[in-house]
Design a protein around this ligand. Structure first.
Ligand code: BGC
Length: 748
């Protein structure tokens, strides 16, 4: 820590030096910090954080929504390496990404920047991106910490989330990445969490992030997220961005003088910012633009999810193909807002398809809300329908126009635009070989047109090389291998947060708890159009030889089809009933494997204690309830193909019995339970009455003793309680109980 800095100099350091740079001070250099998660957005001159101004050209890789569908951590890491190289070449020290917030509702306007509804997918792939970026001597910024799952009122809304839900769903991706990769920075979010601004949450930024997870880097505020600089500093927000903010500097100086802020807290933040700046290496001289475009194309290819195919895909090269839809000619490659990249070049699907086959084009609809002055919507549609009718097959490009989804606001519906809905019905009616190619950053419903088309490719937003990737998949150059990282519901009303998104006023209650996405649909058996994890290819895979050990699972996968392809092996765990409500199953591991036709491979996936645990609010710790867990291999969260059972012992902390413990706890106890049951049964038999112990299960023992007619000797009970709480007696009793249940099971 440069000890010679004055308080005013230190205060200036913990506030940015400009829109995209930190403040320089003696011994501390100023460094550049820029967006974003799927490409560099470096602005020269004036800055803005809404994607409005221009930026230096950079490779636009597929955004997180698409990368997540690859389920390929190794590929995502390579994208991270390329991002790091581009940042380094532009002298950027920190890249503002990845965003690993959970997709709580498909309506979140920024879902294209997030990976999944599942924390393991978000954590594993986010970690891969961070690993890649940081391998190049560039820091990542893990965002938006935490519970920033909507854009509506994002700067003021309070996400009301219970602790178990936070620990099991909204924090684990952050936790995994912090523990494994130590991102150079974490960005705290705009919103409030349970009433406290994330930037001012000591619990979040210091207790959980630093003390529990061991975070070593600097916490950076989201742009404009700091209201009170002093409380934010006290909570753990090291760097306020953007700067400079004169009033923040004044507030800090005054707070140190008055004793409201301990100068050591300021010193610690200054030191973290100094350490961050010191990590920055010198700028490199450029990067391989063509190689990065090729990587963007490979990532795009693996992101595409084939949802439906009655055999029309892949198309033959000699077919007369109608390409319909403005999105084929004017691709949407990314979402709007701070992550918007100025691409080095863009492949559009129409050119790429035309280069490979005989193709005719009709726009079918307009994008951007301005009707074509020459043609009315119905004219565009008629022209497209005529083309479809005289073609062998149709590639119909549909999707969300740019205005429908963006940082800053949420969507209000899941359907495609009305003019496109009219178009798909009209085209499918004249050509049964219609394949729909979808472009959308957030999930769209496939209703009511799903059954009328022959094939559907979900292409999300594919980055600058998406057009070539689509052409490769459509003509069978590569077998689609993307899988859904989020469920596709039938209706908005079916989504678990439907009644609580985006909340009312400045409060949003996460009333669905951990039951988000497939955790909800599978548990309550609500049908979806396509489940989490689902995706087809041009080949098929079969599974055999599932072996389950304590910390690893192996299974053999075989490519049972006729072309090469990649399969995503998905491992789910289903917990036994335990008094704690748990989802029907949860993803606990995955691996992507490439196989030639006929080839088999054994795939091993690790499990750890967390794979079997829930967050126990009583003990504030991860706990295994204990019992028989079903370990499952699925083709999706809904389609389980192999299962095996593994027994795990309970790690629940035992609460000593007291007279306040409910009768049910006395009954469940291995020492007192059998004795009480035997006594009650004996009395019931002698007096011809009913055994009432189960009926008074929720009653504290002390109250039961006060009821007239209850003949339990209080002194004897007290003695029994002491014996029962003795750890040695307890251990022996547990052993006997386990032995009994093993004997009972083996004689079944
Ligand atoms: C966004 C961040 C972004 C920052 C800087 C904010 O509006 O929420 O994700 O990194 O601006 O552009």
């Amino acid at each position: 820590m440069p000890a010679e800095l004055s308080v005013i100099e230190k205060a200036a350091v913990v506030v940015g030096g400009g829109f995209w740079k930190t403040h320089a001070a003696p011994g501390i250099r100023s460094v550049l910090i820029t967006d974003g998660p799927h490409g560099l957005r470096k602005q020269e001159g004036g800055g803005d954080h809404l994607g409005l101004g221009t930026s230096t050209p950079a490779t636009c890789f597929p955004p997180a929504v698409a990368l997540a569908s690859t389920f390929n951590a190794e590929l995502v890491e390579r994208v991270g390496i390329a991002l790091g190289k581009e940042a380094r070449a532009e002298d950027v020290t920190v890249l503002l990404g990845p965003g690993v917030n959970i997709k709580r509702s498909p309506l979140c306007g920024r879902n294209f920047e997030y990976f999944s509804e599942d924390p393991l997918v978000s954590g594993r792939l986010g970690a891969a991106l961070v690993r890649g970026i940081q391998s190049q001597g560039v820091g990542a910024s893990l965002k938006h910490f935490a519970a920033n799952n909507q854009e509506t009122n994002r700067m003021t809304v309070s996400a009301e989330v219970d602790e178990r839900t936070l620990r099991e769903l909204y924090l684990p991706a952050f936790e995994m990445i912090v523990k494994r990769e130590q991102p150079w920075t974490v960005m705290c979010s705009y919103n409030r969490l349970n009433g406290v601004a994330a930037a001012e949450s000591h619990w979040l930024l210091t207790k959980v992030l630093r003390d529990e997870w061991g975070f070593q880097g600097a916490v950076v505020s989201d742009w404009g997220a700091v209201d009170g600089r002093v409380p934010a500093l006290n909570a753990g927000t090291d760097l306020e961005m953007p700067g400079p903010q004169g009033d923040s500097v004044t507030a800090i100086v005054e707070a140190v003088a008055s004793g409201e802020l301990d100068e050591r807290v300021l010193d610690a933040s200054v030191e973290r910012i100094r350490a961050l700046a010191a990590k920055a290496g010198p700028a490199t001289s450029g990067y391989d633009v063509d190689a990065h475009h090729a990587l963007a194309r490979q990532a795009a290819e693996e992101s595409i999810v084939l949802l439906r195919n009655d055999g029309v895909l892949p198309l033959g090269p000699t077919e007369r193909i109608a390409v319909i839809g403005e999105l084929a000619r004017t691709p949407r490659i990314q979402g709007a807002g701070s992550s918007q990249v100025n691409p080095t070049r863009v492949d559009n699907a129409l050119d790429q398809l035309s280069a490979r086959a005989s193709v005719d084009f009709a726009a079918g609809y307009t994008l951007g809300g301005r009707p074509d002055p020459e043609l009315r919507g119905s004219d565009l549609r008629d022209e497209a329908v005529k083309l479809a009718a005289r073609s062998d097959s149709v590639l119909l490009f549909l999707g969300l126009p740019e205005r429908d989804e963006s940082e800053g606001y949420d969507r209000t519906r899941l359907e495609l635009p009305d003019d496109q809905l009219a178009l798909v019905h009209a085209v499918a009616a004249v050509n049964p070989r219609t394949a729909v190619v979808l472009t959308n950053g957030g999930v769209v419903t496939l209703e009511p047109w799903h059954d009328s088309v022959a094939a559907i490719l979900e292409c999300w937003l594919l980055g600058q090389a998406g057009g070539a990737a689509i052409a490769d998949v459509v003509f069978g150059g590569t077998s689609p291998s993307g899988r859904l990282a989020e469920s596709i519901p039938l209706r908005l009303q079916d989504t678990p947060s439907y009644l609580n998104f985006p909340g009312e006023g400045d409060v949003v209650r996460y009333a669905e708890g951990i039951f988000v996405g497939y955790r909800y649909y599978e548990t309550v058996e609500t049908p979806v159009r396509y489940p989490f994890g689902y995706g087809l290819g041009y080949t098929t895979f079969s599974y055999s030889e599932l072996r389950v050990g304590r910390d690893r699972v192996s299974v053999t996968v075989t490519n049972s089809g006729r072309v090469a392809g990649k399969e995503v092996v998905q491992l789910y765990v289903s917990a036994p009933p335990s008094g704690v409500r748990v989802p029907a199953r949860e993803l606990r591991g995955f691996a992507k494997v490439a196989l030639q036709p006929g080839e088999s491979r054994s795939v091993t996936i690790s499990l750890d204690d967390r794979s079997f645990s829930f967050w126990d609010v009583d003990s504030s710790s991860w706990v295994i309830a204990g019992g028989d867990y079903s370990v499952q291999i699925g083709k999706s969260a809904h389609d389980i193909v192999l299962r095996a059972t593994i027994r795990r012992a309970s790690t629940r902390p035992s609460h000593p019995l007291t007279l306040e413990s409910p009768v049910s706890a006395w009954l469940a106890h291995p020492v007192t339970g059998p004795l009480l049951r035997r006594t009650a049964a004996k009395e019931a038999a002698e007096e011809g009455g009913a055994d009432v112990l189960e009926m008074v299960g929720s009653m504290p023992m002390r109250r039961l003793l006060r009821f007239p007619g209850v003949e339990i000797d209080r002194r004897q009970l007290e003695l029994l309680r002491r014996v029962a709480n003795n750890p040695v007696v307890l251990g022996v009793a547990r052993g006997v109980a386990r032995l009994r249940s093993t004997i009972a099971r083996s004689s079944d």
